[in-house]
Ligand binder design. Structure first.
Ligand code: DAS
Length: 329
């Protein structure tokens, strides 16, 4: 039988983790090949090409490495894969998904998955997530949906998904919009039509540094005051509520925004920044007048990815046009 080609890259994360000695913490050691062997059903559905591109906790992934993973994924599609899966740690999965989604210019699905329980743990979810990811990656109806995250029986759009629980099996959610689909009895179901996506060119620079600061009650301005001196190329602030900062931050932000892009997102974990509701010093209207940009529905981490990419392809002038209040883009 002529089975379709499915490509899988393993990068590490809890899915690949086990303890080398009893009583020690788990570390990434399990190869992609071994992960695949735990899911024999996949090899009945597709000709699977699997590679272990890394074995690391996702906290240690970086942009350069991820760009090389993306280029590997594109190569797989050129070589006939009808879908590609990347397995990685869940801690930074929402950021990787966003980065890839801005750059994935293929019709074929690129699916990210991981696990909340390590390979040797009772009830490990890695094999189930990998099988579900395979089902989604191979489904014709997954085409033209960009990058998606498959975890715990749900499918999430890259731009909407966030890790919202540290240890629970149901660690991922898409605030406001919910999952875009789900797996029921092994079948892929989508709940919405594919939404419009923003595609960006590959960055030709990767050395730009984007700082990210979160506001907090009665916070000092010490770190903020040093952003320019430290040579940052952009700043994202996880602001209060609808995108606000305290009065003491405003003059510093105004100074920084004259030199580098400053993006204000919300630290709340859900919802958009405001545009024209509040007028106090440190409000969204005040900060916008002083040169900052409001991130809309992009959470601070996703806003940082966008800023990094735009600076990397010298298109930061387009930043404002990418920050609209359309949750899907
Ligand atoms: N929290 C772990 C995970 O879920 C570690 C990591 O992100 O690599 O995979």
């Amino acid at each position: 039988m002529n089975l379709p080609k499915l490509a899988i890259a393993a990068l590490g994360g809890t899915m690949s983790m086990q303890a080398t000695h009893a009583g020690e913490g788990v570390i990434p050691t399990v190869s992609g090949e071994t992960l695949l062997s735990a899911v024999p059903e996949l090899s009945k559905m597709a000709r699977v090409a699997v590679e272990t591109l890394g074995l690391m906790p996702s906290a240690s992934l970086n942009f350069e490495f991820l760009l090389s993973v993306l280029s590997w994924a594109k190569c797989q599609v050129e070589q006939g894969a009808i879908g590609v899966i990347i397995t990685q740690g869940t801690d930074t999965l929402e950021e990787t998904a966003t980065l890839f989604d801005y750059l994935w210019d293929q019709d074929e699905p690129l699916i990210l998955t991981g696990a909340m329980r390590s390979a040797a743990q009772a009830g490990a979810d890695g094999p189930a997530n990998l099988l579900d990811a395979g089902r989604v990656a191979l489904a014709e109806k997954s085409r033209n949906r960009g990058v998606q995250v498959v975890m715990n029986g749900q499918i999430h759009q890259a731009k909407a998904v966030r890790k919202t629980d540290s240890l629970a099996l149901q660690a991922f959610s898409s605030p406001i919009v919910g999952p875009v689909g789900m797996l029921l009895e092994g079948t892929v179901h989508y709940l919405r039509e594919p939404s419009q996506r923003t595609l960006l060119p590959l960055p030709h620079m990767t050395t730009q540094n984007i700082a990210m600061l979160e506001v907090s009650l009665s916070a000092d301005t010490l770190m903020l005051e040093n952003i320019l001196e430290l040579g940052y190329d952009g700043l994202v602030i996880a602001g209060f509520g609808a995108g606000h900062v305290s009065e003491s931050w405003v003059a510093v932000i105004e100074k920084i925004a004259k030199v580098i892009p400053v993006l204000i997102a919300t630290r709340t974990g859900s919802g958009a920044t405001a545009r024209g509701s509040y007028g106090f010093i440190g409000s969204e209207m005040d900060l916008t007048r002083k040169g900052a940009l409001m991130a809309g529905f992009l959470c601070p981490r996703k806003a940082r990815i966008l800023l990094w990419l735009l600076i990397g392809c010298e298109r930061q002038g387009e930043l404002a046009s990418h920050l609209n209040n359309d949750i899907h883009r």
